[in-house]
Design a protein around this ligand. Sequence first.
Ligand code: FES
Length: 104
Amino acid sequence: MAKHTLFVCKSCHRASQERPENPPFDDDIFLDKLNALCSEQFLDDEIEIRSIGCLWACDRGCVVSVGSVDKPTYLFVNLTPEESSLPLMEFLQLYLHSKKGNIP
Ligand code: FES
């Protein structure tokens, strides 16, 4: 199975709040949660999680992107670590097991 990548913006904080001066930041919490869930639900070689500087949707954080060499790349915005982690895992399951990556 081709490698899939989940890019997580490491600079996001939800647009509705000021970014706090001290950690933990939303992006750190989100990244930790996604790492834990992915290690539970996927094999090591199925998905790579990469923390990335910015996904260019800064006023709509938290932002992640999912891509693979032979499939379309998806951008997800307005996410929260609490509410978006499990639905994102469901999407990843569909995406990984889809031949062309077209998820309705
Ligand atoms: S700061 Fe997260 S998309 Fe730019």
